[in-house]
Design a protein around this ligand. Structure first.
Ligand code: THU
Length: 130
């Protein structure tokens, strides 16, 4: 199954009763394994988590910490764009040249690199004086 198909499939499991906005994310690790995640909302709204966060958590739980490709999909007029927090989470585990493809259900796709999505990311370099 392609990264897109895996993101589409996991999107079906999204728990989004409050926003009704289901998101699916699929991450390919540097070892070629695919990890998926969907958004999981909560009645205490700020406790909800994004699809990308779920996929990152699945990758790390499996013992991997480097990603090589990301695909995110939702039913939106424009390809779904990862939120700022998820851009930071993805940047923790992926190099600047990692491709992040954003898509909607109409087949519109846009690919950007992590560096383009997260210019000036807070990084380990900022901690070097500690
Ligand atoms: N959401 C994601 O899971 N990923 C994104 O890239 C954008 C937003 C979720 C969070 C919330 O459950 C719903 O979409 C509406 O914001």
């Amino acid at each position: 199954m392609s990264l897109k198909d895996q993101a589409l499939a996991v999107r079906e499991n999204a728990y989004a009763p409050y926003s009704r906005f289901k998101v699916g994310a699929a991450i390919r690790s540097e070892n070629g394994v695919v990890y998926t995640g969907c958004n999981v909302e909560n009645v205490a709204y700020p406790e909800g988590t994004c699809a990308e966060a779920g996929a990152v958590a699945a990758m790390v739980a499996a013992g991997e910490t480097r990603l090589s490709e990301v695909f995110v999909i939702a039913d939106a007029p424009l390809p779904v764009s990862p939120c700022g927090g998820c851009r930071q989470k993805l940047s923790e585990f992926g190099a600047g040249d990692v491709a992040v493809t954003m898509a909607n259900l109409d087949g519109v796709e846009r690919t950007m690199t992590l560096a383009e999505l997260m210019p000036g990311a807070f990084s380990e370099t900022h901690l070097e004086n500690t």
